[in-house]
Ligand binder design. Structure first.
Ligand code: HEM
Length: 451
């Protein structure tokens, strides 16, 4: 007989849905898993799910049984915005995903490509520094969240689409993320699709989809226009996809649009959130801020700015970024996976077609893996070799295994360079009258369980 993982009692029909606080799902799951264990079974309406919250169980899902666990659950919203799973992030496991994933790994996010966009990152970071500096003489308060989001978005737009961002990009990204975070009743109660129609969520999804389609079509048409001059930044991601499409009939327009949507969804907010948390933690820990700042200024001297070639010398700053990602992973539940076959995790049976949530946020705070897990101590990474290189499943902000973030290098390069320059260029302080204890550590609401 199968030995299923333990979990909270279920109610008829809704299962455990009533136990999941709607925002900050990773935190409600963490609370539940403290009671039921690091491999926990849930029932979300009719959908069986397992939540994994320890380094050991994550290793079994992401390494030992990576292949059996590497599909994605299909949801009403992710199927629609990904052009029917034509993308990479939401595509189910299969030949389409394998082919497109290969394109990501050998063409779009190679070390060579990432390096070729170094001048773009350096230029955008300097523009942000200038924008802040223009206000610094009068000690004007800056809204750093906005600055960091537009920094990350401009880097994404220039490297992916060959131009800086405009409002349309921000709008479409936001709408896309919001609809992915919307709860669709039919995902959990197959017979109740009409409720989504009455609530208007179905119509909103269709509306977002049409806008996405037009937006992507326009980007593609602009790139195909023979009068278009390639930007000085070199071949962007869309150029590369269109070049590959010419020689490979298997790459359709839907696939290209799918990858563009992945970039809208995953490309900017992730790095921006990491940077915002890094600055927040440093403001709360002035002695660590000073140490990171002194390191940068000591290494770079009077050059006026930090370049990417300087970053390898900044050992402490790199630890600040890691420590931030440990406590505040931008994708706290990674992207949900789905089992394709029966697997055993920690001795428990997990049937096929089970949704698996890997709680990277809880794993980063697990007292069995970390000393003083709640404390912000970049020094801990100075003393250890823990990294995102597939060896340590207690630190997995980019996921692991076949589905690991293919643009990990891009994310890291952006965060390290931007943080180094922010510390090099300014002496940061809180707005008048604000104490470090006043800093809000509330997290923004999560993407929904469907995200
Ligand atoms: C700090 C920045 C970033 C973080 C923390 C991050 C994190 C993640 C995580 C946790 C996953 C899921 C991994 C899994 O399922 O095991 C993922 C997947 C993905 N990320 Fe990132 N990401 C970042 C930046 C980016 C950027 C800049 C891009 C593209 C421009 C990107 C594109 C993708 C794609 C396409 C996938 C889907 C991979 C697949 O399903 O095969 N990410 N990312």
């Amino acid at each position: 007989a199968w030995k299923l993982p333990p979990g909270p009692n279920t109610l008829p029909i809704i299962g455990n849905l009533h136990q999941l606080g709607h925002s900050r799902l990773h935190q409600s799951l963490w609370e539940l898993s403290k009671e039921h264990g690091p491999v926990m079974r849930l029932k979300l309406g009719h959908v069986p799910a397992v939540v994994v919250s320890s380094a050991g169980s994550a290793e079994q899902v992401l390494r030992t049984h990576d292949l059996e666990c590497c599909s994605r659950p299909r949801t009403i919203s992710n199927a629609k915005v990904s052009f029917g799973g034509s993308d990479v992030t939401f595509a189910p496991y299969g030949s389409h995903w394998r082919d497109l994933r290969k394109v990501c790994v050998v063409e779009l996010f190679t070390t060579k490509k990432t390096t070729s966009f170094r001048p773009v990152r350096e230029d955008e970071v300097q523009r942000t520094v200038e924008s802040i500096r223009s206000r610094a003489p009068n000690s004007v308060v800056v809204n750093l969240s906005e600055e960091l989001l537009s920094l990350a978005a401009n880097i994404t737009c220039r490297t992916a689409f060959g131009g800086r961002c405009h409002d349309g990009f921000h709008r479409i990204t936001k709408e896309c993320q919001e609809i992915l975070a919307t709860f669709f009743v039919a995902d959990y109660f197959a017979m109740l699709g009409w409720v989504d129609v009455i609530r208007g969520t179905q119509a909103r999804l269709q509306d977002v989809f049409l806008k996405l389609d037009v937006f992507c079509r326009r980007l593609i048409d602009d790139h195909l226009d023979p009068r278009r001059q390639q930007s000085d930044d070199g071949e962007d991601t869309l150029d590369a996809l269109l070049r590959l499409q010419k020689d490979d009939n298997n790459i359709t327009d839907a696939h290209i649009k799918g990858v563009l949507v992945d970039i809208f969804v995953a490309g900017s907010d992730t790095s921006a959130s990491g940077l915002e948390w890094a600055m927040t933690e440093l403001m709360r820990h002035p002695e660590k801020l000073r140490r990171a700042r002194d390191e940068v200024r000591g290494c770079v001297g009077r050059k006026g700015k930090v370049e990417e070639s300087d970053v390898h010398q900044l050992a402490y700053l790199k630890c600040v970024v890691k420590e931030t990602l440990r406590l505040h992973p931008p994708a706290p539940l990674l992207v949900p996976r789905e089992t394709m076959e029966h697997v055993k995790v920690d001795g428990y049976d997990v049937p096929p077609k089970t949704t698996i949530y890997v709680n990277a946020w809880a794993i980063g705070r697990d007292p069995n893996s970390w000393e003083r897990p709640e404390a912000f101590e970049p020094e801990r990474f100075m003393r250890s070799s823990v990294d995102t290189n597939g060896q340590d499943f207690k630190f997995i902000p980019f996921g692991e295994g076949r589905r690991i973030c293919p643009a990990k290098n891009v994310g890291m390069a952006t965060m390290e360079l931007a943080l180094a320059n922010l510390l090099y260029s300014f002496d940061w302080d809180l707005p008048d009258g604000m104490k470090k204890e006043d800093i809000s550590m509330d997290e923004a609401p999560d993407r929904s369980i469907t995200g």
